[in-house]
Design a protein around this ligand. Structure first.
Ligand SMILES: [Zn+2]
Length: 554
């Protein structure tokens, strides 16, 4: 897979869940009914993957009682911007009041209408099939239970702000971890002040040690994988402030029945990614050089994404529901990720603020400002608030920056800003965005198709817009069977293309669906060198000071 999607995988799928409260108390049944809604979740047969839910509703004496009540299952969970239809895993729904069965019917895909007939105390019971492990779904098996409450617990329509308790009866020998506070005197019982809090508190039941992390079991084998793990932990830890406390406009209170739109995921996720990448450096876990080399790679990956001309950072945020979480073979040509562009915006804003203030202020001050002015005042921030916060710290209008790079799709002028820290982005000796080669440059032949070898099959996964492959008719999903009439693997295909010169022809034979086709592709040219971030000659004391303060270098 191309780097963009590998990166997306790390950023989206592999997410840390910080689970704070732990309880190893033995399971009990029964227990008092608190006012509001109390859930009991059990897992008597983990191998069936069925979590069993009992939802008790108690209407206080001072409130009017309805004759029917709608119970709603969320269709998505915050943090993962896709309609996932959690209701499809609900089965065996029933309702009763003091043992008397209540009639009910589904009135749309995710709403169960219960004829409560004026009962003040009644309950619904149902099971949820839980057999998909990810940060936004649920899994129960003989090893553990992990679930998101939004994928398991219904809310009473109109009562999303009601408090709730959650009692969990884990399988024998399992402990419980959740961020919800425990209820004093009630074993295995937790409290949520409202359903937004309940739904933002995942649960793990097993013989865990502390934190739940989704990461490939072989991910530590290589140094790069270990670094990805550090970035992951730092990213998720930073979320404790950015998103969990400092919240964009539309992200809470939530509507759990449909898409919730925001233009700010580039801040919520992208700036978090910026800090997730730079914090391991500031903590001394990776070197300056490693940070700069990896950053240059991510910049190159972004610069090789044709979709950057089609979608702004705000548009990428807004369209997360139909784009970010639904990538296809054309995504690289039609979209960008708010993770990758957001990280670069964080980088450029940070260095621009440092440059303009001669090192007195930074993006850290912007985050502190947002924390004080919004979280501490119980407000969410808007796109205009972010710009204002940055401008306050920079001591200057940043309207051009936001118009071109945040709301617009202009090419980043990296070196205008990197120079503030005495750095320059270059490829093969040429400054990016600069004019004319400073040193002789090596050029190589270029096709523009991304390939993936699966067993004997060599498949084109993406064809980048504007490349020879794109303009001369190769398609994503073409299966390459020969180059110059000879069988090839990815390795030999790349090697044969590398032997050619720009302007040479390449005869590529593919299966497209069931038909054999041959294309004579005239190869283009590409600089034969990676992007690098290097020190400029004769950096000033101020540039050196900004560099040191930025990377926390010692
Ligand atoms: Zn994140």
């Amino acid at each position: 897979m191309v780097r963009r999607f590998h990166y997306l995988f790390v950023a989206l799928q592999v997410t840390t869940l910080v689970l704070l409260a732990c309880s190893a108390a033995p399971a009990q049944t029964g227990g008092p009914l608190s006012s509001g809604i109390s859930f009991t979740v059990t897992m008597p047969r983990p191998y069936t993957h069925l979590l069993e839910v009992e939802m008790r509703v108690q209407i206080p004496a001072n409130l009017q009682v309805a004759n029917e009540t709608d119970l709603v299952m969320p269709v998505w969970t915050p943090g993962s911007y896709l309609i996932r239809e959690f209701e499809r895993h609900v089965q065996d729904f029933a309702a009763d009041a003091n043992g008397r069965a209540l009639d009910w019917a589904t009135v749309n895909k995710n709403t169960w209408r219960v004829k409560t007939g004026g009962a003040r105390q009644w309950r619904a019971t149902y099971r949820v099939y839980a057999n998909e492990l990810s940060v936004r779904t649920s899994e129960l098996n003989s090893d553990h239970a992990f679930w998101n409450n939004a994928a398991l617990l219904m809310y009473r329509d109109g009562s999303i702000n009601s408090p709730a308790t959650l009692r969990i009866l884990p399988a024998p020998g399992w402990k419980i971890a959740t961020g919800l506070p425990a209820v004093d005197g009630q074993p295995n019982t937790f409290r949520a002040e409202n359903f937004d809090v309940l739904y933002d508190s995942p649960v793990e039941c097993s013989n865990f040690k502390p934190t739940a992390l989704g990461f490939s079991r072989n991910g530590f084998a290589k140094e790069e994988g270990y670094r990805s793990f550090l970035y992951l932990v730092a990213h998720e830890f930073f979320h404790l402030w950015n998103v969990k406390r400092i919240k964009p406009d539309a992200l809470g209170p939530f509507d759990y029945t449909k898409e919730n739109y925001t233009r700010l995921l580039w801040v919520a996720e992208g700036v978090t990614d910026y800090y997730g990448q730079i914090m391991p450096r500031r903590a001394g876990l990776i070197s300056d050089q490693t940070y700069l080399d990896q950053l240059a790679k991510r910049i190159q990956s972004f610069e090789e994404t044709p979709g950057r001309f089609e979608m702004s950072a705000e548009e990428a945020s807004f369209n997360a529901w139909i784009k970010e979480y639904r990538p296809d073979e054309n995504s690289i040509n039609s979209s960008i990720s708010y993770y990758s562009k957001g990280e670069l915006l964080g980088l450029l804003l940070d260095l621009d603020i440092r440059r303009r203030t001669h090192g007195a202020k930074s993006l850290d001050d912007v985050m502190r400002y947002l924390y004080n002015e919004f979280y501490n005042k119980s407000r969410n921030y808007t796109p205009a608030d972010v710009q204002k916060a940055c401008e306050l710290m920079a001591g200057a209008s940043l309207d051009q920056f936001f118009a071109r790079y945040v709301r617009g799709r202009d090419e980043f002028q990296y070196n205008e800003i990197l120079t503030g820290a005495g750095l320059q982005l270059e490829q093969g000796g040429i400054p990016i965005g600069g004019s004319g080669p400073d040193t002789p440059v090596r050029i190589k032949a270029f096709l523009g198709a991304d390939l993936e070898q699966t067993g004997d099959r060599l498949l084109i996964t993406h064809v980048r817009a504007g490349t020879p492959a794109y303009d001369q008719g190769l398609n994503a999903n073409d299966q390459i069977v020969a180059l110059e009439g000879a069988r090839v693997t990815k390795e030999t295909f790349d090697a044969r293309i590398a032997e050619k010169k720009p302007g040479d022809a390449a005869r590529v034979t593919v299966f497209r669906f069931d038909d054999l086709r041959t294309f004579e592709i005239r190869l283009g040219s590409q600089v034969d060198a990676p992007f690098r971030i290097v020190p400029i000659a004769q950096a000033s004391d101020e540039q050196k000071r900004i560099y040191q303060a930025w990377l926390g270098a010692h």
